[in-house]
Design a protein around this ligand. Structure first.
Ligand SMILES: *Cc1c(COP(=O)(O)O)cnc(C)c1O
Length: 366
């Protein structure tokens, strides 16, 4: 294989058990976006083995793929717009999140035809101002109460905007708003079975937000929700599960002053050995990455030199390198260059680095 994503499923298990030890709440494993690039079905299966009892995805097709793989655990899809195949969702026992009266109406209409009660989670906007019910709240409450017998009220939930900033008072405001809306809901006789609010960062830093279930995303994959605010994977006791390796297609000597790659964007500062790596931006490496990212070869860091191309990139192996064409280098790993290093070198977050690794790069499971 010219390039490969190695996923350490044992690391995911260890992370889930560690995170589970920090809370009394049940664990929902967030496996959207192909399990943050790690592979939907293998990660979901592993998470359930390690003690997660729920799964969460964004899209309906992700949820259906899990059901088709024979996974029976409770499963919620929280980003299912109007016009999607709600019938398939209801038949496959997929919980749906609702954020508006019209969504509830549409789902209840489909459910009537199917002859089954949908399993629903009410999402409230407590300050993120993205998903969730906001302005329509009072009308929603009366509408939901009128149709009380037509659905199973499984969950009540919200999402933090700033959970990765510990001590930030905005989190307290969101918590207060959450409790206020929950009280209003229950005082109407609408009592959800499960209350969930916390993502990874809130699981690590806001125990008062755990409620009955936490939704574990990035931390489950061994990455920090924010390295500067919360500490690195190491400091949090998390094991990064993903390593990305690719072959050297070519190894060559260049001289000091030689311009490397498109636009001559880098100039060799010494006589050195270049490694041409068979992985580029079509594989998900950010084109914008600077030489603060690169690859590990034989225990030594070899920084990127010049621009990342579509299918390849060039690293500076140093003048004394013994690298040969066909050798593997590790672009992303727990040593050498981490997903956090790639994020920093590209002006983004580790979430984006792992999620964008293209599906043309095969995943193998350890
Ligand atoms: C992605 C997502 C999560 C997980 O967030 P992390 O920061 O990765 O833990 C939790 N809840 C919802 C609604 C999400 O979309």
């Amino acid at each position: 294989m010219r390039a490969v994503v190695e996923v350490n499923l044992e690391a995911i298990k260890t992370n889930i058990r560690m995170l589970g030890s920090k809370t009394e709440a049940s664990l929902l494993a967030v496996v959207k976006a192909d399990a943050y690039g790690h592979g939907l079905v293998p990660v979901a299966t592993t998470a359930l083995e390690a003690g997660a009892s729920w799964l969460g995805v964004a899209l309906l097709e992700e949820a259906i793929t899990l059901r088709e793989a024979g996974i029976k655990a409770p499963l919620i899809a929280w980003l299912v717009p109007s016009g999607e195949d709600f019938e398939a969702a209801i038949r496959a026992d997929i919980d749906l999140s609702i954020s508006s009266i019209s969504a509830l109406e549409e789902i209840l209409g489909v459910a009537k035809q199917v002859g089954r009660k949908p399993r629903l989670h009410i999402e409230v906007d407590t300050g993120m101002h993205r998903g969730g019910l906001l302005g329509q709240w009072e009308e929603f409450l009366s509408f939901a109460q009128e149709h009380r017998d037509e659905f199973s009220l499984i969950g009540f939930w919200s999402h933090f905007a700033r959970a990765d900033e510990p001590g930030e008072s905005y989190n307290d405001l969101q918590l207060q708003e959450f409790t206020r809306k929950l009280d209003q809901l229950t005082s109407q006789g609408l009592t959800p079975e499960i209350i969930h609010f916390a993502n990874s960062a809130a699981t690590l830093t806001l125990p008062q937000a755990h409620h009955s279930m936490v939704r574990l995303g990035i931390a489950m994959y061994g990455l920090s929700p924010d390295r500067s605010a919360l500490g690195s994977s190491d400091q949090l006791g998390l094991l990064p599960a993903m390593s990305v390796k690719a072959k050297l297609h070519l190894v060559k000597q260049v001289h000091k002053g030689d311009a490397i790659g498109y636009g001559g964007a880098a100039i060799a500062s010494r006589d050195t050995t270049l490694g041409v790596v068979v992985m580029g931006y079509a594989d998900g490496l950010p084109r914008i990455a600077t030489n603060e990212a690169g690859a590990l070869y034989d225990g030594n860091k070899a920084p990127l030199i010049g621009r990342v191309s579509m299918d390849q990139c060039v690293i500076d192996l140093g003048p004394e390198s013994s690298a040969e064409a066909g050798d593997y280098v590790t672009l992303i790993g727990s040593e050498g260059y981490t997903a956090d290093d790639w994020a920093k070198a590209s002006g983004t977050i580790n979430y984006e680095i792992v999620t964008r690794i293209a599906t043309r790069v095969p995943r193998i499971y350890l």
